[in-house]
Design a protein around this ligand. Structure first.
Ligand code: 26V
Length: 822
């Protein structure tokens, strides 16, 4: 908002003619679509008009892309995801079209400030965290690589909840991103599918004597399509994000209405609409389970019906499906699609079971995003039988044939057979969605090298032995368009000047920065870009939480969902120990630090909410303590989302990636920080391992147990008391928390938190504390040598090109989808 926007980077030169054209376009949209004149237009009216004028320039390349996809008849990719954490689209669209500077000038001529206006766009927050954001980065890269792709998901009326912090506690409020309309979407009321639930299955004899299954459902809901164009780099190719909205076939029951039963008259509509009403929080309560399964089936079925309709229109031959279609399952959320495709192929298109199964396996592939047992989906058989009776039959048959085949090939170990069964018989019968996704796919991938290794050794150990070529690795990536070019104009401008704007066509050019790593002038300019971002963040911190932070201090940042395994608590304990250290040594020169936290806790996750409260309690005490000589500040920024990440990441000096080793599947924030020249302090977990391999050991601060050591510690039984006794610093920090130093109003507030850490410490905070402390001291030492620090930050940016989502998508296209890329 307040930064001078960097030199136009790889953008079309803002010629006078183009600027005049754009301002006429915006005015036309303001007049004829918004229905306002310049005198009466609100800032939001201008935002809508500017977005529509931008969208207008995406439509023609979009139609051309669709036509090309049809003519070239290439294999299409369908990315099925219950989450797309898109964020804002105005600057994204303008950047990809190369129109940012021209639009800025056009709006200026109309008396409107683009950088003020961009803040009015609500985030499309249709995701919980990493998995949803990855889907959005992948959509960007698939468009850039000119892959004929459609993203399928749900158009939730309400995305991820809005977080406020009151008295240090998290409160959740419904989010309402559609309140003022959505200028990016095209409703497609003519594209609608029936989605059926419940009822029973009847057998019927066909003319040839074969037995057919006829599902007589009890309930039908309609899925209506809404399309958002996804424009790739330089606007060359545009794909579609197609989101489904649920509605009842009839808007109202007139008989009930006329009888005066107004609520009853709308009951069907409300029940149907509830399916796309709200994004599920990542932790589920049993009460909400049925709705979640309805969401999963609703969007999987609508998407499969839609892609089959397209395929039949194009080829007229269902047997060719696998050669023309690749479907990627983003986690197990769409895994019911395996049974649904079998139903459509066998019951609707009349294929033999065997052929249908071969097509299904050749079409699907599945990405696993977590090993956490509580996150692995399984559905009670009773619920499946009630909601999707035909699918349950299909799952039983898939399972029986699969187990028969294994027995025939000599597998008789009851343990192995129980493990690879689709049905978990342990605690009430459940359908294991991970196993269904595995069996129905030709490739299964993990999201970092370490994670993939652990997938092979843990959740899918027996499957991996049986099908040793099926599991592959696809390390995650992030889109550099959003996370560098759009989020960090000062650095993007410097890169464009130094190595040329072609770096935005191919991030491999980033390596050319290596030779400037020791160049004093370049170091100074690199640091100046960081400095500008830090000052901008400092202003935002002041606006949002009324805390003054000094841009000279080291900005130490941990922003992500709040979860015990991510160990925000370890960071808070370090903060407390540092606080005590500074107080105890009033004349020692400490490196000034600002600890920045942001993130949401699932509404029902008590421990995570308590950690948020602790961070805020510590912030209150620390920030008010004048003994600290301004050497330590702590801030918790509320309502973390994509847009806030875009502000914070470019301003970070230190990136906290400190999960218990073996628990973070990949992480993607870690990549965004390194790209923006922050140094990482982290464990050997997820993609941190690969970041270390690329940036070099001396340019990253690694600490803590390895995944193997964590496993060993847990097997042996964790005794945190031993580690606490060995670390007086940790002992004192814990004691302060336990005694209520940060919670004088409720001295027992953290008793249970401290107890859990002292007696169980499942996440090994105490075991890793000393090594974390030492790594933080190494960070301080490097910071004191600003030349060495700057060198390391430049080398981080220079060496992380591989973490582009373009590279990740290229690998998927080549090794999993078998589809050409640009
Ligand atoms: C789900 C649940 C559900 C039950 C309660 C606890 C819990 C905790 C975590 C999850 C994560 C679900 C899947 C997910 O979002 N995984 C993330 O995927 C990212 C993209 O691959 C990856 O970078 C993150 O490391 C991984 O956590």
């Amino acid at each position: 908002m307040d930064l001078p926007h960097s030199t136009a980077i790889a953008t079309t030169t803002a010629s006078d003619a183009l600027v005049r054209e754009l301002s006429a376009d915006v005015l036309r949209r303001l007049t004829y679509t918004v229905g306002k004149d310049v005198a009466s237009a609100s800032p939001r009216d201008w935002f809508i008009a500017a977005s529509l004028a931008t969208r207008d320039r995406i439509v023609e390349p979009w139609l051309a892309s669709n036509k090309r996809n049809y003519q070239q008849d290439r294999r299409r990719v369908y990315y099925l995801s219950l989450e797309f954490l898109v964020g804002r689209l105005l600057i994204d669209g303008l950047t990809n079209l190369g129109l940012t500077e021209a639009m800025r000038a056009a709006l200026k001529d109309l008396g409107v400030d683009l950088d003020a206006m961009r803040e009015l766009e609500p985030d499309a927050a249709l995701g919980n965290g990493g998995l949803g954001r990855l889907a959005a980065c992948f959509m960007d890269s698939m468009a850039t690589l000119e892959i004929a792709a459609v993203g399928y998901g749900i158009r939730y009326d309400h995305g991820l909840f809005r977080q406020t912090i009151k008295d240090g506690w998290q409160h959740e409020y419904p989010e309402d991103w559609l309140a003022f309309g959505n200028p990016w979407e095209f409703p497609r009321p003519e594209i609608v599918y029936d989605i059926c639930f419940g009822g029973h299955v009847e057998g019927a004899r066909l003319a040839d004597g074969a037995l057919a299954h006829v599902w007589r459902p009890a309930e039908t809901v309609e899925a209506v399509a809404y399309d958002t164009p996804v424009v790739g780099w330089r606007g060359k190719h545009v794909n579609t994000l197609r989101l489904w909205s649920a509605r009842a076939p009839d808007p109202l029951r007139l008989d009930a209405f006329n009888a005066g039963d107004y609520l009853g008259a709308q009951a069907d509509q409300m029940r149907a609409e509830s399916i796309s009403k709200v994004l599920y929080p990542s932790d589920s309560t049993p009460a909400g389970q049925e709705l979640r399964l309805r969401q999963e089936y609703f969007f999987a079925s609508a998407s499969l019906q839609d892609l089959i309709r397209r395929h039949m229109k194009q080829t007229g031959d269902i047997r060719k499906l696998a050669s023309k279609v690749a479907i990627q399952l983003n986690d197990t959320h769409p895994a019911i699609g395996v049974a649904e495709l079998m139903r459509l192929l066998v019951d609707v298109h009349g294929l033999e079971w065997k052929e249908a199964w071969e097509i299904t396996q050749a079409t699907f592939s599945y990405t696993n995003h977590t090993l956490l047992p509580e996150a692995l989906e399984s559905w009670p058989v009773a619920l499946m039988e009630r909601l999707l009776p035909r699918h349950m039959q299909i799952i039983y048959l898939v399972n029986a044939l699969h187990l028969d085949r294994l027995r025939d090939s000599g597998v008789h170990d009851a343990g192995v057979l129980a493990n690879v069964s689709l049905i978990d018989e342990h605690s009430g019968r459940h359908v294991r969605m991970g196993n269904l996704a595995f069996l129905g796919s030709h490739k299964i991938n993990g999201v970092s090298a370490l994670h993939t290794q652990l997938v092979k050794e843990t959740v899918f150990r027996d499957y991996h032995k049986l099908y040793p070529r099926r599991i592959v690795n696809k390390t995650n990536g992030v889109t550099f368009r959003r996370w560098l070019l759009e989020a960090n104009p000062p650095l993007a401008g410097l890169l464009a000047q130094t190595i040329g704007p072609r770096v935005f066509d191919d991030p491999a050019h980033l390596s050319e920065l290596e030779r400037y790593a020791d160049d004093a002038d370049f170091q100074q300019r690199f640091a100046a870009a960081k400095r500008a971002n830090k000052e901008r963040l400092a202003r935002l911190v002041f606006e949002r939480v009324d805390a003054k932070v000094d841009a000279n201090a080291l900005f130490d940042v941990q922003i992500k969902r709040i979860h015990e395994y991510k160990r925000q608590l370890l960071n808070v304990l370090h903060t407390i120990a540092l606080y005590q250290d500074i107080k105890a040594q009033p004349s020692r020169a400490f490196v000034p630090r600002v600890k920045i936290f942001a993130g949401k806790a699932a509404a029902s996750y008590h421990q995570a909410k308590l950690i948020i409260k602790l961070a805020n309690d510590v912030a209150r005490v620390v920030n008010a303590d004048e003994d600290l000589r301004g050497l330590l500040k702590v801030v918790f920024l509320p309502n973390y989302n994509v847009s806030l990440a875009e502000r914070i990441i470019p301003a970070a000096d230190l990136s906290e990636q400190i999960s218990t080793a073996g628990m973070e599947a990949s992480g993607t924030g870690n990549m965004k920080f390194a790209l923006n020249g922050a140094l990482t302090i982290g464990t050997l977990d997820g993609a941190n391992v690969e970041i270390k391999e690329r940036v070099g050991d001396e340019n990253i601060f690694i600490f803590g147990l390895t995944a193997a050591e964590v496993e060993h510690s847990r097997a042996k039984g964790i005794d945190a008391r031993e580690a606490i006794e060995a670390s007086p610093r940790l002992g004192e920090a814990l004691q302060a928390v336990a005694m209520g130093v940060f919670s004088p109003d409720d001295r027992n507030r953290y008793a249970q938190l401290v107890d859990a850490l002292t007696y169980y410490d499942h996440f090994l905070i105490s075991k890793d504390f000393e090594s974390y402390w030492d790594a933080q001291e190494a960070v301080d030492a490097r910071w004191r040598d600003q030349k060495a620090w700057r060198r390391a930050t430049i080398l981080n940016t220079a060496r992380v090109a591989w973490f582009s989502s373009d590279r990740a998508i290229r690998e998927y296209a080549e090794e999993i989808w078998n589809t050409p890329v640009a």
